[in-house]
Design a binder for this molecule. Structure first.
Ligand SMILES: [Zn+2]
Length: 115
């Protein structure tokens, strides 16, 4: 049975207990990080647990503007919170990609979520 800490690239032995409600088996150092509120997530494909800087930046603001042009569509702006300050990402979505994005959102937005 694999008894390493579940954090990616960590080969330390986990402590005897999982961390609170997370169900994760972590080494003492990583358990402290999780308890201190560092972001963590399970990778969708592998189930490997990412922690802290391994986690993709968290989006903290979203806006969009319709644009005309070739291709027209929408400029989507994402502001992310990073360790070293906010970062802005701007992408152009054509009508076809907007439909794809709509489908992705429909699949992943938890039912009953309201802003
Ligand atoms: Zn660890």
């Amino acid at each position: 049975m694999d008894m390493n800490c579940q954090i990616k690239d960590c080969s330390q032995d986990p402590g005897a207990e999982s961390v609170g409600m997370t169900g994760l088996m972590l080494c003492p150092e990583h358990a402290r990080s999780v308890e201190a509120g560092e972001h963590w997530m399970r990778e969708p494909d592998t189930g490997t647990v990412l922690l802290g800087d391994q986690v993709p930046p968290l989006v903290v603001a979203i806006s969009g503007s319709a644009v005309s042009g070739d291709p027209g569509g929408m400029v989507l702006r994402l502001t992310t919170a990073a360790t070293h300050g906010a970062s802005h990402i701007e992408v152009l979505l054509s009508a076809q990609e907007l439909v794809m994005l709509d489908g992705v959102l429909e699949r992943y937005v938890p039912a009953g979520t309201e802003i």
